[in-house]
Design a protein around this ligand. Structure first.
Ligand SMILES: *Cc1c(COP(=O)(O)O)cnc(C)c1O
Length: 319
């Protein structure tokens, strides 16, 4: 297994130029004063389709050869990866088929179809999603793009941290939202190359700390689907590629509670006037919980996405 390198991140950045947004890096005098640190917020909630996942999907689909382009891409996801593959396929003029559970939120189904993808729904309780996707891929000759454990996906996700550090200069610490580890491993590749002394932390939900357990155990640990408001980080295990990079390049994996995520979400709304989805708050919540360690430091925070149903957002923030 050949792990992707920083050169792959650089190549991904060239493919994404003119297609992905170079998202803003925001500062907050309030956050800096409250924690005695200098925060740099990389706002991937302002990325196309509302999350960093566009970077990895577009990079992966851009590398298809002519035959792969004709047949198109297939993915299984009910979240941001679905929309990322759908939008990337539309921009690259190829077909996309997204496998989603029958009980996926109507808004997500509509968004995915809105980007022009075909949606195949399945019954979560009676059908095996991976087997179904493999069968459809084989039948139609489509290329399966997984949400995180793929070298081109990891390299694409790494372009966000590359942009961040190129803009801010070296950082002391970088906090990243962690699910299956595509964003964290890509960010670590960029940080190692551009700011070698920077400590990189993945932050995952307390209820779903499979990444932390894996790092401690030295092998990939699988857990049942965790119950957490961070729906983009309900992954059950890291991948072979992502774990290989994380265990080499990531300093540690931290966890935060749902209550800490809501606190961070409220801070972003009140102070930065920004809608961030619960999963997108992991990194900042993790940095805040690390209060003693971040004092006096230059702290990068990757805000991973902003896709949250408004009724749910309001309910989470309601006092
Ligand atoms: C997918 C996702 C994550 C987790 O990313 P991984 O690459 O799976 O670790 C975090 N935040 C948001 C908003 C996501 O959509």
């Amino acid at each position: 297994m050949q792990l992707p390198t920083y050169d792959d991140v650089v190549a991904a950045a060239a493919r994404l130029a003119g297609h992905a947004h170079a998202t803003p890096v925001l500062r907050s005098a309030t956050a800096d004063a409250r924690w005695g640190a200098r925060f740099f917020f990389k706002c991937e909630n302002f990325q196309r389709m509302g999350a960093f996942k566009f970077r990895g999907a577009f990079n992966a689909l851009s590398k298809f050869d002519a035959a792969q382009r004709r047949a198109g891409a297939i993915a299984f996801s009910s979240g941001n990866h679905a929309q990322a593959v759908a939008l990337s396929a539309r921009l690259l003029a190829m077909p996309a088929l997204i496998v989603m559970p029958q009980d996926a939120p109507a808004a997500k189904l509509a968004a995915t179809r809105g980007y022009g993808a075909e949606v195949r729904q399945y019954d979560r309780f009676s059908e095996d999603r991976e087997a179904l996707t493999q069968r459809l891929a084989a039948e139609r000759g489509m290329t399966l793009i997984p949400p995180y454990d793929h070298p081109d996906v990891i390299a694409g996700q790494g372009t966000a941290a590359k942009e961040l550090i190129e803009e801010t200069g070296p950082l002391d610490r970088l906090y990243v939202c962690l699910g299956g580890g595509g964003l964290t491993s890509g960010s670590a590749l960029a940080a190692r190359a551009l700011s070698p002394a920077c400590q990189v932390y993945g932050v995952e939900p307390e209820a779903g700390n499979d990444g932390q357990q894996s790092l401690r155990a030295g092998h990939i640990v699988q857990i049942p689907v965790p119950t957490t408001i961070a729906d983009g980080a309900q992954t059950q295990h890291l991948g072979n590629y992502t774990f290989g990079i994380i265990r080499r390049d990531v300093t540690d994996i931290l966890t935060v509670s749902d209550a800490q995520l809501v606190e961070a979400m409220r801070f972003f709304a009140e102070r930065l006037k920004m809608v961030v989805e619960p999963t997108g708050c992991l990194a900042f919540a993790g940095a805040c919980a690390d209060a003693a360690a971040i004092r006096g430091q230059r702290v990068g925070v990757i805000i991973s996405g902003g896709n949250v149903d408004l009724a749910r957002y309001a309910a989470l923030l309601a006092p």
